[in-house]
Ligand binder design. Structure first.
Ligand SMILES: [Zn+2]
Length: 337
């Protein structure tokens, strides 16, 4: 059998394999077998140099034609696979793609929950501006002129005598000016401080402040309200501890710790082995604050408290980075439905 016959036989064989091929992988194998570096047609082309001039011409021409024809067929077959896989995917009987429904931001959810608890205890809600005057943010709340919070380091100052409020307590001063006791208000809202952003601190955070002014209000009323709130928010088992503290607008002042949510008080990493977690500041409203708002501090007393929303939420849901609240990463937000 001559080489010319070999070329034709190999070509027919390859064309038949291509027509039967059922995958792109199979086409690749056929290419290697006939046209690859050691393929059958390639070997014949490589051996041409040893042939007579006449044989070189006829076999060479036939082998080159066979190669071109196979390449063309392989390419056409490849295209066929590409198209079939692309067009098969539409099935009108399948259900459509539904659009995603968003979730309420975790901080907002927690604020709502806190407001509901206080609402049940008879508190009304007051809201006010994010940009406050120096007067309501500091002066009316008994901050002395040289208080460190009034420093550029801690507060964002806006034009003139205005600041981005550093707490929602200014609303206490505003409400006290406009209403007469009994007054029972909570003030949820966004606050700002000039902090270095880290896993524990951010320039923005939410606060739920609350206060009550009436005749004969005592520290025992404050304690009763906060115990009721913490049991509703963290569960019946939670214990509270009041530690003396200092705030310009309350006297006496206290910070409140709750028994650790993770270890229950025996000591763990979350509570840094103390068994307690600090959650809020509170105290009896300083008589100066009442007097400045035009409320008779001889007749009336009141208490106030301030809860940091992100901090409380981080403890409740074991979130280890406050920046997650502000990154708008839906992978984080979607976890809290
Ligand atoms: Zn603990």
């Amino acid at each position: 059998m001559s080489l010319l016959d070999d070329v034709n036989r190999l070509k027919q064989e390859a064309l038949q394999l291509i027509s039967k091929a059922d995958s792109l992988e199979r086409l690749g194998e056929i290419h290697v077998k006939y046209l690859g570096r050691k393929g059958a047609i390639t070997s014949i082309l490589k051996g041409l140099k040893d042939l007579s001039l006449e044989a070189k011409k006829s076999v060479g021409a036939a082998a080159n034609t066979a190669r071109a024809e196979l390449e063309e067929n392989l390419a056409a077959a490849k295209e066929r696979f590409g198209k079939t896989t692309a067009t098969v995917s539409f099935d009108p009987t399948l259900p459509g793609t539904s659009s995603r429904i968003g979730v309420i931001h975790l901080a907002k959810q927690v604020i709502e929950e806190m407001c509901q608890i206080f609402y049940g205890m008879g508190f009304a809600i007051a809201r006010g501006p994010d940009i406050e005057s120096d007067y309501y943010n500091f002066e009316a709340l008994n901050f002395p002129p040289d208080h460190p919070a009034r420093d550029m380091q801690d507060t964002f100052f806006v034009e003139g005598n205005r600041v981005l409020r550093t707490h929602t307590t200014p609303l206490q001063a505003r409400v006290l000016e406009q209403q007469q006791p009994p007054i029972k208000i909570i003030t949820p809202g966004l606050c700002f401080r000039n902090e270095a952003i880290s896993s524990r601190a951010h320039v923005a955070f939410h606060q739920v402040d609350g206060f009550l002014v009436d005749e004969g209000v005592s520290m025992a009323d404050l304690k009763g309200a906060l115990v009721a709130f913490c049991k509703a928010f963290y569960g019946e088992a939670v214990k509270l501890r009041f530690r003396p503290s200092f705030f310009p607008f309350t006297e006496p002042s206290a910070e409140v710790d709750i028994s650790c949510l993770l270890c229950g008080g025996t000591g763990c990493q979350l509570c840094q082995q103390t068994g307690w977690l600090e959650i809020l500041g509170c105290g009896m409203i300083d008589p100066n604050v009442l007097d400045m708002a035009g409320i008779d501090s001889e007749k009336y007393t009141g208490y106030a408290f301030g809860i940091g929303v992100e901090r409380t939420t981080m403890l409740k849901y074991r979130i280890n980075d406050i920046r997650l609240f502000f990154n708008n990463d839906i992978r984080f937000l979607r976890q809290f439905k």
